[in-house]
Design a protein around this ligand. Structure first.
Ligand SMILES: C[S@@+](CC[C@H](N)C(=O)[O-])C[C@H]1O[C@@H](n2cnc3c(N)ncnc32)[C@H](O)[C@@H]1O
Length: 254
């Protein structure tokens, strides 16, 4: 067997981003429904100043701008930001798109709404920045996986899986060592016909994006957010025990 070790590419690296655009984002209809749902939850009576963190190809940002809100979209990937700018141009609307990391942003009491969709900024200093960027009564809205959903229950914590497709074996391993905090993600493909094993392994400190909603809420409270609530994606109040996969987490700054 020949063993090939491949690098794990990350967001912000061109090779990764170009490939990711083919499969990684929710389809446009889902993204538009997410953007609508957030406005339905807030029911704004005035034009909002919105910052969309990790905005990707800008679908949500462009939707809000078309509804006359003033929108800034930020993403670490130049590839995604270029696509987002092209999307805004095509839709004949104005959005400020910035290609940079959140750490490079600096605002104070500026935004009525900050969103991060399918992207939870993991570091404490970034969450503090988000709090600072928001105006009084501003909202931070992001999506969380519902720990009561059976699929998520199965995949919370350490898990392994394998499956066979057309003679190739796909193995996955996701593990966090609770004592050291080291997290490992491994994807291994074994092709018996070609006698090749391909390995992609990513190892590092576990990030807060691995946290479940309850822990994220605790962290936001410690930063100063007072009222934090969960809603279903169609904007209804979430009742404990319900099992949708995704939920909105809405944190308000007073
Ligand atoms: C799963 S995608 C979601 C994109 C978009 N919010 C959506 O829902 O379509 C995650 C996004 O976060 C961006 N991202 C990852 N790390 C980032 C960072 N440190 N700062 C800013 N953006 C980041 C990625 O480039 C990517 O566009």
């Amino acid at each position: 067997m020949k063993r090939i070790k491949k690098n794990m590419f990350r967001f912000g690296e061109k090779d990764f981003d170009l490939d990711y655009m083919k499969w990684g984002f929710h389809d446009k209809e889902t993204q538009i429904n997410e953007a609508k749902s957030i406005l339905n939850i807030l029911k704004p009576k005035k034009k909002l100043k919105i910052l969309d963190l990790g905005c990707g190809i800008g679908t949500h940002a462009v939707y809000w701008a078309k509804k006359s809100h003033s929108v800034t979209g930020e993403d670490i990937s130049k590839t995604f930001i270029n696509k987002a700018k092209a999307n805004a141009k095509q839709e004949k609307t104005d959005v400020t798109f910035i290609a940079c990391g959140i750490n490079d942003l600096n605002f104070k009491n500026e935004f009525d709404l900050i969103t991060s969709i399918e992207f939870f900024p993991s570091e404490m200093n970034i969450l503090r920045k988000i709090y600072k960027f928001l105006c009084k009564n501003g909202h931070f809205i992001f999506d969380v996986r519902n720990p009561d959903n059976p699929k998520i229950k199965k995949r919370t914590g350490n898990w392994r899986s394998w499956e066979e497709r057309y003679g190739k074996f796909y193995l996955e391993r996701h593990e966090t060592n609770i004592t050291t905090g080291i997290h490992v993600d491994a994807w291994i493909t074994i092709d018996l016909r070609k006698k090749i094993i391909e390995e992609k392994i990513s190892k590092g400190k576990a990030s807060q994006s691995k946290l479940i909603s309850r822990d994220k809420i605790k962290i936001l409270k410690s930063i100063g957010f007072k009222k934090i609530e969960l809603r279903t994606m169609d904007g209804k109040k979430f009742k404990k025990g319900e099992k949708p996969y995704w939920l909105w987490c809405i944190a308000k700054k007073y």
